[in-house]
Ligand binder design. Structure first.
Ligand SMILES: Nc1ncnc2c1ncn2[C@@H]1O[C@H](COP(=O)(O)OP(=O)(O)OP(=O)(O)O)[C@@H](O)[C@H]1O
Ligand SMILES: [Mg+2]
Length: 371
């Protein structure tokens, strides 16, 4: 079986690693030199929308998927006329644009932050008036790791913010006073079967995911996690069914009391699900491949709690990481650069206390290294 993957970063690498044992052959399209996915499959070096490259990808693949959401929709549509492409180009269209995404949530009865489209300074002023502050101005397209976002606490900041984002089409979102951030990963097969992984708690700093823990721990005065799981499952199922989605969909969530507000969608495998490589019966990567190729989905439950920590900017000494009991180290083979995701460490434990202690041990090393 052969799968074509648009994008050759670390998510591609981990898809390729999951493909290995099943003897699924991966071909990646990636313009950048020495892509992280290179050791796990063949690389077609070229632009994501180069017709010759896409034609070659179609020839070499039984189905095509992608590992990042900014794949040109036209390229995905061109491929979809020739071979199965999952998730569908329509899902890309929704997830590439924060305004489409928010409207999609609203139209499907999924709660999210109050928002308004902003296409001019006058509209920004009107949106501030309507939504109130604090709020976040976000570019509609191409944002990641908190890039293309500005926090607004005072109406006086409107003009600077608007020129700060260079006047590109944006949305204003009211700040959600969340208790914590969660995510739910859903997978839907070609036959319509749906499964979700245990709901994950995520901690961000500076707009970048630092660590994740699964299942999300109980909070002393919060609703039972089982109730949150039930909501997350229902919400995830509703979204994949509305999109006719095939593959893994990640939904980033804000928990406010017993409510879950959707923040954003990732139409692909997701950083908050990396723990599933060791922590679940079937990882997000394997189930994504199974779904895209029309194979039966695997179990998504997690027999023991676990967590994963991102290695950002610099990698601590490997012996120090490996000396942590229960740690599983994943390095992506990327050149170090400030803030860049270079790897992650998953820690497993018999119970959440053990996981928390091991998580702290990894964080002590990473914080030492990244300052
Ligand atoms: N409306 C909001 N209220 C409160 N916090 C927010 C809001 N929007 C974003 N944030 C904070 O900023 C982080 C990044 O925002 P968001 O997920 O929209 O950005 P991104 O740059 O697309 O990130 P990603 O790397 O996940 O694609 C969120 O995880 C959250 O911590
Ligand atoms: Mg996000």
């Amino acid at each position: 079986v052969r799968v074509g993957i648009i994008g050759g970063g670390q998510l591609g690498r981990m898809l390729g690693q999951a493909a290995g044992p099943l003897d699924i052959r991966c071909t990646f399209v990636e313009p950048a030199a020495s892509p992280a996915a290179a050791p796990t499959g063949e690389i077609l070096a070229g632009a994501y929308d180069d017709p010759a490259v896409l034609a070659e990808l179609a020839r070499r693949s039984d189905a095509v998927t992608y590992e990042f959401e900014n794949v040109p929709v036209e390229a995905a549509r061109w491929l979809a006329e020739r071979i199965p492409v999952h998730p569908t180009p329509d899902a890309l269209h929704v997830a590439q644009d924060r305004l489409h995404e928010k409207r999609f949530f609203r139209d499907n009865g999924v709660e999210c932050a109050a928002f308004a489209p902003v296409a001019s300074l006058a509209e920004l002023r009107a949106a501030i008036e309507m939504l109130g502050l604090p709020a976040i101005l976000k570019t509609r397209r191409m944002g990641y790791d908190g890039k293309g976002q500005l926090y607004l606490a005072d109406p006086e900041q409107a003009e600077a913010a608007w020129s700060g984002l260079r006047g590109v089409p944006s949305i204003l979102e009211r700040v959600v006073p969340f208790d914590r951030e969660l995510s739910v990963l859903v997978v839907r097969g070609r036959d319509g079967a749906v499964a979700t992984w245990p709901v994950i708690e995520n901690r961000h700093a500076g707009g970048i995911l630092r660590w994740s823990i699964a299942p999300a721990p109980e909070r002393p005065h919060g609703p039972p996690v089982a109730a949150l799981q039930e909501r997350a499952d229902a919400l995830g199922r509703r979204l994949v069914e509305a999109l006719g989605y095939v593959g893994v969909l990640a939904v980033e969530l804000f928990q406010v009391g017993d409510r879950l507000l959707a923040n954003e969608l990732a139409p692909r495998v997701h950083n908050s699900g990396h723990w599933s490589i060791e922590g679940s019966f079937t990882s997000q990567f394997e189930n994504h491949l199974r779904a895209v190729l029309g194979l039966p989905l695997g179990r998504t439950d997690a027999p023991i709690p676990c967590a994963s920590v991102n290695l950002l900017g610099r990698v601590p000494a490997l012996p120090d990481l490996l000396a942590i009991d229960g740690a599983r180290v994943h390095l992506y083979g990327k050149e170090p650069r400030p803030g860049r995701k270079l790897g992650h460490v998953t820690v497993l434990g018999r119970d959440l206390d053990e996981v928390a202690a091991r998580l702290d041990a990894v964080r002590a090393l990473t914080e030492l290294q990244t300052g």
